[in-house]
Design a protein around this ligand. Structure first.
Ligand code: FES
Length: 111
């Protein structure tokens, strides 16, 4: 479905932080969350498994106060960064949808 679409530079995501990316794919937008931990990047579709809303209220504000968990601004569900698992909230036990990416040569690419 995807064919190697460059999303951003690794350095565009603060280490320990998160970044929202909106891709115009012609037939609709693809709304993504990228999270960086050192050289590792995790990517999810920006859609809460509870009601399908985007997670953030403000641009790039996906993490709770601890910086360890993503938080849904609609009803407060919290998700682990490393696998998108919901540890708390109305969709506890569900997962954010993982998106396949590659980090190579300092570029984050949708594959
Ligand atoms: S829509 Fe995310 S917790 Fe309800």
């Amino acid at each position: 479905m995807h064919k190697d679409i460059p999303l951003c530079r690794l350095e565009d995501i603060s280490d320990g932080g998160a970044k929202g990316i909106e891709l115009d794919r012609g037939e609709g937008f693809l709304d993504l969350i990228l999270l960086r931990r050192g050289m590792q990047v995790y990517a999810y579709t920006n859609r809460c498994p509870h009601k399908g809303t985007p997670l953030e209220t403000f641009p790039d504000k996906f993490l709770d106060q601890t910086g360890e968990l993503l938080i849904c601004s609609t009803h407060g569900a919290r998700f682990r960064v490393k696998d998108g698992f919901c540890v708390e909230g109305p969709c506890e036990g569900a997962f954010l949808e993982q998106v396949p990416i590659r980090v190579s040569g300092g570029t984050v690419t949708l594959v």
